[in-house]
Design a protein. Sequence first.
Length: 251
Amino acid sequence: MTAEKVSIVVPVYNAEKYLEETVESVRRQTYENWELLLVDDCSSDKSAEVMKRLAERDARIRPVFQPQNGGAAKARNRGIREAEGGYIAFLDADDIWKPEKLEKELAFLREKDAAFVFSGYEFADEQARGLGKIVRVPERLTYRQALKNTTIFTSTVLLDVERLGKELIQMPDIKSEDTAAWWKILRNGYTAYGLNENLVYYRRSAGTLSANKLEAVKRIWRLYRQAEGLSMWYSFYNFCFYAVRAVLRRI
């Protein structure tokens, strides 16, 4: 394991439309000691071809191919297992990092002597143009606080592998696996520190409709009741805070 290297894990599934732009945002990083693991989850489009072409341009890019389609959690976990860096960052295949993202988060992680940091982000349209809606993040989140505030966005997260260990970082194979992973880490006594600065563009396609939002609500409720085993009352208590904050992030 290379202590100063950042391993960036990107699950890829039918992402040929956005992948090159996303990868280019990594190649523009001011912090250059990274490896990029593009984990293809048996895409049916030309994502694999794009991945191979990008890897030919930059030796830091590593295409990884899943033997069968298993979803985002399995793809991310494959990337975690194969990561060689002392830090792990996650990036979705259609999101965009600002050039100073890694440099600023690494400095922040060291300043806070933390194992888990995340940052603010901005909603963007399908062309990755910022919409001016920037999500501010709290200074820190403990487990109980995170149950009420699901503001940690996957593409903003940076983790210290040596302090956490890869087993703890592995994501549960359930829906909303990223949120479940953050709660698991925090439940084990760690604190997540928020860098309140917009470092990521969160691309949202035009097809994001209320049905998707309803499904997201159902997933969070199942996390409370099934994954975390919370009582009905405590689940409802946390859910009320979650719902208000989720709405405020989007208006």
